[in-house]
Design a protein around this ligand. Structure first.
Ligand code: 9MR
Length: 385
């Protein structure tokens, strides 16, 4: 079903045309031009924030259509890359704040919640971070100090303008063991705990501090996260939220598994954030999760079937049904969920055009490349109409 969201002005205009000319054609025209009145953020306003990721080009290209769409439809925004260590601080003492500054300001100007992504992640972190001037690995204390400086830098520059922080990203493997990153190697098995202690001490007191990962339904990772949260709570180490990335497929994880997973995480009492939602419309040849270090595949007619942009209606319907079951599950857990963020605004913005298959044309989000809303968008809104 197509939903037209009509602005108040348009409703008045539509009524006026109806009353004064009784012209159905004119009414249609006004409706078409006005776009929609119920946006995702409005529809879910009493449930949770609905967010999207923004990329650098949305700030550097004048009037970027995805930025306009984001402002109109979403109540939270995350930068996809430009707060990561390699982007904002590629060399010692060299900082690139242009994009992050505009992002933080956008939050204030548009009254949109901004998410800091990401304080500490093994990926997209330059080598120098872990080394001293002679190129030797830092000591534990020196790396902790470097992490503290980074947290301080963000807190000083953005303060309470950024209230939600992914403190640690992807530090736990599928099997529940700790990822053997340089953070882990240098600091030890309490790397995540130390990161949260630093964040608690340096970031604004009203910030929400999140542990974020993909494949959060996998039993190994899930149980380690649950045990870690329990331990932090017993020791008094502040952690406020659990971030489930949500890079999901058309079938897996099932709605049932998502439901059970959310129930278990909600029982910790922490706030739940779905941080990077997308549905891999084309499938991924058995690859799951979002590990950016895997060897990628080459696009073929089999794994890239809609490179011409023509998606059959039946496939769009299946995609809408998948988003519907996912959001039905989120609504069931709305008391525990603070935010659901999509990883991108339109299909054209998605990282899934390059992972795990290089250069394919994927369709994982609610807005098409031309900015129009999909059936899946309408299905998600219909759930709460
Ligand atoms: O969207 C990001 C993409 O542009 C980058 O190329 C990629 C590189 O690592 O990172 C993407 O974002 C990732 C996020 O930071 C953490 N979770 C997985 C996301 C998708 O890879």
């Amino acid at each position: 079903m197509k939903i037209y969201k009509i602005s108040h002005l348009a409703i008045i205009a539509t009524l006026a045309i109806g009353v004064f000319s009784c012209s159905e054609k004119s009414t249609e025209q006004v409706t078409e031009q006005s776009g929609s009145t119920v946006t995702l953020k409005e529809a879910y306003a009493d449930k949770f924030l609905v967010g999207a990721t923004l990329g650098a080009s949305m700030f550097t290209t004048p009037n970027h259509p995805s930025l306009a769409l984001a402002k109109e439809n979403f109540s939270a925004v995350t930068l996809d890359n430009d707060m990561k260590w390699e982007r904002i601080n590629p060399l010692p003492g060299k900082f690139n704040f242009e994009i992050a500054d505009q992002f933080a300001q956008l939050g204030v100007d548009e009254n949109i919640s901004t998410v800091g992504h990401v304080l500490f992640w093994h990926s997209q972190t330059p080598d120098w971070v872990f080394k001293d001037d002679e190129g030797n690995l830092l000591t534990r204390d020196a790396l902790l100090e470097r992490m503290r400086e980074r947290a301080k830098m963000f807190a000083t520059r953005y303060g309470s303008r950024i209230k939600i922080w992914d403190v640690v990203n992807e530090a736990i493997e599928d099997d529940g063991t700790l990822r053997k990153s340089l953070y882990n190697q240098i600091i030890g098995d309490d790397f995540i705990e130390q990161a949260f202690i630093i964040a608690d001490q340096e970031m604004p007191k009203d910030a929400t501090l999140i542990y974020n990962d993909y494949g959060m339904n996998r039993i190994g990772r899930r149980d380690t996260v649950l045990a870690m949260v329990k331990e932090f709570q017993q020791k008094g180490v502040r952690i406020d939220g659990i971030g489930l990335q949500g890079h999901w497929g058309m079938v897996n994880p099932s709605a049932e598994i998502i439901d059970t997973t959310l129930t278990l995480y909600a029982a910790t009492g922490l706030r739940l954030h779905i941080t990077e939602l997308d549905v891999d419309f084309l499938g991924r040849d058995g690859m799951t999760g979002a590990d950016v270090d895997i060897e990628k595949l080459i696009a073929t007619p089999e794994n890239n079937p809609y490179s011409d942009g023509n998606v059959p209606a039946a496939a769009e319907d299946k995609f809408a049904a998948r988003y519907k079951e996912i959001f039905q599950t989120f609504i069931k857990h709305q008391k525990s969920i603070d935010r659901v963020t999509f990883w991108g605004v339109t299909d054209g913005d998605s990282w899934l055009n390059g992972w795990p298959v290089v250069g394919r044309t994927n369709y994982p989000l609610l807005f098409k490349r031309d900015g129009s809303a999909k059936k899946a968008h309408d299905a998600v809104i219909d759930l709460v109409k």
